[in-house]
Write a protein that binds this ligand. Structure first.
Ligand SMILES: [Zn+2]
Length: 326
């Protein structure tokens, strides 16, 4: 009798654990769509940017317009009132979220590197962004390991942003799980950035390449990638990285209409661009950019003493913009 009770308890625990996993890794997402609403709960006023259903429940993807944090929560926990994107821009115009969208829009004319490319002016340190474009090669785990090793005494978890493409996630489940384990162990604090589902690249000039290629379906690139992120237990942030950092004015506007902030870089290491104070540094961690990874490891080495004395920090993309626009 005793034995069967403990077996029952074990089964109960396993089931509970499974439901928890399912609750975090949204398997069967339905009716995933852009859905703007003001969402209030007690004293908290958030902006809903997406809604979907899963496990017979309705969920919202919510943004805190001051901290730029996102979370997924049950819709039933909030009182909501629907908004058009133009209303969101107007009502929340004094928040870090809308100021960031506007700052990104102000730089939308160039063909490469539109959006925010410098997070905090004149701060001692950088914001690190690592792109995971589709690749047959393994993740450069050394980047993440080195960040943890260097910063564990001064910043733990160390903040960084990882831009994920759908096709990378589909092929690199082990590497993705390894990254998630670093977050779980509180070694790193990862902001997950949408880097499109397909991340197409062709041989045409930039004006017809990447997302500007004819026939691009933005709903697939943006929303299907978010769904895949949710399925993998990643909470999409409000940041978006253009493949190849290539965009034009029209597409920047369309991406912003999804409620997303394009993030560029003023220090793409593999292109020889040197980071300054407050730079948004870009390296590729998908096995295809040996030089960038080498340069970054070298950069960490030269900054070792500064890191120890907290004269060189890693900044969280969200906190950087919050600080800039507070
Ligand atoms: Zn890419």
């Amino acid at each position: 009798m005793k034995l069967s009770k403990s077996i029952l308890l074990i089964i109960f625990c396993i089931c509970f654990f499974c439901t928890k996993i399912i609750a975090q890794n949204f398997e069967n997402i339905k009716r995933y769509k852009v859905n703007y609403a003001m969402a209030t709960h007690a004293n908290e006023q958030l902006i809903s940017i997406r809604s979907f259903s899963a496990n017979n429940q309705k969920y919202l993807l919510l943004v805190n317009p001051e901290t730029l944090d996102t979370k997924v929560d049950l819709a039933s926990n909030y009182t909501t009132s629907s908004l058009q994107f133009q209303n969101v821009l107007a009502i929340f115009k004094n928040t870090a979220y809308i100021k960031s969208i506007e700052a990104a829009a102000a730089k939308d004319l160039q063909l490469q590197n539109a959006g925010i490319d410098h997070a905090i002016p004149n701060e001692k340190g950088i914001t690190l962004t690592i792109d995971l474009c589709p690749s047959h090669k393994a993740l450069d785990r050394i980047i993440f390991q080195s960040v943890f090793d260097e910063f564990k005494k001064t910043e733990q978890p160390a903040p960084l942003a990882v831009s994920v493409s759908g096709k990378w996630m589909l092929k690199h489940q082990d590497d993705l799980n390894w990254l998630k384990s670093l977050v779980q162990k509180k070694e790193l604090d990862i902001t997950w950035v949408n880097h499109t589902y397909n991340h197409e690249v062709n041989k045409l000039p930039l004006a017809e390449n990447f997302l500007l290629a004819p026939g691009t379906n933005l709903d697939v690139e943006v929303l299907e990638n978010e769904k895949l992120m949710l399925k993998n237990g990643l909470t999409p942030s409000i940041f978006f990285r253009f493949p190849g950092l290539v965009s034009d004015k029209a597409i920047v506007e369309k991406i912003e209409a999804y409620g997303l902030i394009p993030v560029g870089s003023d220090a793409w290491l593999a292109k020889g661009q040197q980071p300054n104070a407050g730079s948004i540094v870009l390296i590729h961690g998908n096995g295809n950019e040996e030089i960038g990874v080498k340069d970054f490891i070298q950069l960490l080495k030269t900054k070792q003493a500064d890191v120890k004395s907290k004269q060189w920090l890693l900044f969280d993309l969200r906190q950087g913009l919050e600080k800039e626009f507070e």
